[in-house]
Design a protein around this ligand. Structure first.
Ligand code: GLY
Length: 390
């Protein structure tokens, strides 16, 4: 038994494989039902009547609906999903033109829209758009500190320092960099992505494998200053979606870097997450929430963590260890199916209830397009799919 296997707790409950196969089909039917409702818009967060509020120009979440459509196309090969996903290309074109608004989330947006289109259909225009986005993202790399700057001044969460700030979510954006290196033969994108992941592992990731949401560097000297936690409960708490970004993020980085240190970080973060979910598979929005606070759930942390656990399992050499991570992925996913799934509700325009996008801003129980996207990804991973758009 490896050290990581020993430290991952026993999985509290097992699910039958058929559960996930049946559920994937139901979810794909729900996505199809929602195509005419959503049209060429980009869901931002759910409203209490289970419809959507939509993105205006540039929004980090705009890629998650096309991402679901491309996943559904991958599973079914049905043209209806491809056509609906292509309805989003105009928004993506406008996003590219809005260069001054670009931030580090270009990877979320373009991996799940244009890279997906190119990988599935060979669309060369989509490839060009994704490479343009990759170049814009590369421009945010700070060579002194070896990190990608996260935000711009106008973000709703903007704290004082934006020019020397990283956030944990950014690991998900690095796949666009790795892809750009593969496509162009230019190693710089890849080198910067690995540099960024290593910088975060020494700053945003704490010694106990919990994470800050964000970390500040002095923008002039590039020296590390310290961590903060905007979307979690408090600076030293443990925001569950941040943990999910990190868990899935380092597994994803490993998929490209093949550096053991990245997989080990993912496994250690997964161990912490699993310990917090032993009694309830749907994460509370912050794993260190004081008992007197309302324990809102965050299904998006659950779906992203589940997808990440399957991704870790894919890369475990030891079959027992792989099976153990897989069982945990199934346990989290099973919890979401039983507790949060909306695919049987004909009035729901999304897939999962109980997402907590930003509890301090009162957004504590919504459908979320990223929760939905990772739910589909996790279901597909549970059903044996290995290749995604990241
Ligand atoms: N990327 C921002 C969030 O996770 O809400």
């Amino acid at each position: 038994m490896t050290q990581n296997l020993a430290s991952l707790p026993p999985c509290p409950r097992e699910f039958n494989q058929e559960t996930f196969e049946t559920q994937l089909l139901k979810v794909i039917a729900a996505i199809k039902r929602n195509i005419p409702r959503i049209g060429d818009r980009q869901p931002m967060w759910g409203t209490p009547d289970l419809k959507w509020q939509y993105c205006q120009e540039w929004n980090w979440v705009s890629g998650f609906w096309p991402g679901q459509l491309w996943l559904a196309h991958k599973v079914t090969s049905e043209q209806v999903f491809k056509n609906a996903a292509r309805l989003q290309n105009n928004y993506m074109k406008n996003t590219l033109a809005l260069r001054m608004a670009h931030d580090h989330d270009l990877g979320f947006v373009f991996s799940l829209s244009c890279v997906a289109d190119y990988k599935l259909t060979g669309n060369t225009k989509a490839r060009e758009m994704a490479l343009t986005a990759a170049d814009s993202l590369l421009g945010r790399f700070r060579r002194g500190g070896k990190y990608f700057v996260a935000w711009n001044e106008d973000m709703e969460v903007t704290p004082g320092n934006v020019t020397g700030r990283v956030i944990i979510d950014s690991l998900q954006n690095m796949a666009l960099m790795f892809w750009a290196s593969e496509e162009t033969g230019n190693p710089v994108y890849r080198e910067c992505a690995i540099g960024h992941a290593d910088t975060l592992s020494k700053t945003v990731v704490r010694e106990d494998y919990t994470v800050y949401h964000t970390f500040n560097f002095d923008p002039f000297t590039q020296q590390p200053i310290g961590g903060e936690n905007f979307q979690g409960y408090a600076d030293e708490s443990c925001w569950s979606r941040g943990m999910a970004w990190a868990l899935h993020g380092y597994a994803q980085i490993y998929e490209y870097s093949k550096e053991d240190r990245h997989l080990n970080i993912a496994k250690n973060i997964a161990r912490v997450v699993c310990h917090h979910l032993e009694h309830d598979p749907v994460p509370v929005w912050d794993y260190r929430l004081p008992e007197n606070e309302t324990p809102y759930r965050d299904s998006s942390a659950g779906s992203c963590s589940a997808a990440g656990l399957f991704l870790i399992a894919k890369h475990c050499d030891n079959p027992d260890e792989a099976a153990h991570f897989r069982k945990w992925g199934q346990y989290l996913l099973g919890g979401l199916i039983e507790r949060c799934d909306l695919s049987d509700n004909p009035n729901a325009w999304g897939l999962l209830d109980e997402g907590a996008s930003f509890v301090h801003r009162g957004r504590n129980r919504n459908m979320l397009p990223y929760g939905d996207y990772y739910y589909v990804e996790a279901l597909m991973r549970a059903c044996g799919y290995q290749k995604f758009f990241w």
